[in-house]
Design a protein around this ligand. Structure first.
Ligand SMILES: [Mg+2]
Length: 298
């Protein structure tokens, strides 16, 4: 896991070393309409694929979301059996991705941040790749912690081909889609090598559970005291605070319980959190100061 481990020392002594970003409705606004379309697709899946009574679907969808983190996790909890990839393809495959446009302002902000930057989303890998690509941000993050990261498929029976594989092989990564621009495979592979989250039951691990937060912290190999977590969900913020992270609620100008900062838009990040850039500036100041002293002494 050289990617995560090796970079964690880039700012030793710095106040913040890593920024963990939720993706949907955090890196782009709720008004883009994907959230609403996603909800509609989930309801259609419940109706057409699981045979749930139409009059029950909307309330059940919302209740499960509230109780279990995602409606999908709730459906699994209730014992509904369906293929995770099929669910994600159905729910995300028809989303109005055209509503997402390249965001050069956010891109420049992200690229100017000296910290490690990692996505932490409940969505699946293919959706994350699609969104980041549409926003023009696919190369702004070190990795993506997503559904497949926290819920890796059960390990297959070892075969001769796999016997000689190494943890760094990408060939067995979840899905053959070509979103290699997201450099999260190292994180995913690392997760696969651990079995702590891979339970025999089909129990979905996702935000806002504290377990998912602690898992993300462990997988990303970050110090929560030196990590800022950004999310548009108040319950995710509350959980992240319990996990020891610094927190920023996005999409609201009002603080929620557990939030250290509130950002109406991710675009306001520099005004609201100038300390993200302070490590760099302080470092430069130290260099300049050092040079001045050298000159004086000389
Ligand atoms: Mg979100």
């Amino acid at each position: 896991m050289e990617v995560v481990g090796a970079r964690s020392s880039n700012a030793s002594g710095a106040k913040y070393e890593c920024l963990l970003f939720d993706m949907d409705d955090t890196l782009y606004p709720l008004s883009a309409g994907l959230n609403l379309a996603c909800r509609k697709n989930i309801e259609e899946f419940m109706l057409h694929h699981l045979g749930i009574e139409g009059t029950e679907v909307p309330k059940m969808c919302l209740d499960l979301y509230k109780e279990c983190g995602t409606t999908m996790a709730g459906l699994k909890d209730l014992g509904y059996e369906f293929d995770n990839d099929e669910f994600h393809a159905y729910v995300h495959g028809r989303l109005p991705y055209d509503a997402l446009k390249p965001d050069p302002i956010l891109r420049n902000l992200l690229l100017s941040m000296p910290q490690r930057k990692i996505i932490f989303t409940n969505a699946d890998k293919a959706h994350a790749a699609q969104v980041l690509s549409r926003l023009g941000l696919e190369d702004c993050f070190e990795g993506v912690i997503c559904f497949e990261t926290l819920n890796p498929p059960p390990p297959e029976a070892p075969s001769a081909d796999h016997a000689n594989g190494t943890p760094d092989d990408d060939n067995d990564s979840a899905g053959e889609s070509s979103e290699t621009t997201i450099s999260g495979d190292a994180i995913n592979d690392e997760t696969k090598s651990k079995t702590i989250f891979n339970t025999a039951k089909q129990q979905i691990l996702c935000k806002p559970s504290l377990t998912s937060m602690l898992a993300a912290i462990r997988i990303a190999n970050v110090d929560p005291n030196k990590t800022i977590f950004f999310d548009d969900s108040a319950r995710n913020i509350a959980s992240a605070k319990l996990a020891g992270l610094h927190t920023v609620i996005v999409g609201s100008s009002n603080l929620v319980p557990g939030a250290d900062h509130a950002l109406s838009s991710i675009h306001n990040i520099k005004e609201a959190l100038p300390q993200i850039w302070e490590a760099e500036e302080e470092h430069l100041d130290q260099i300049i100061q050092s040079r001045v002293e050298t000159v004086v002494l000389a």
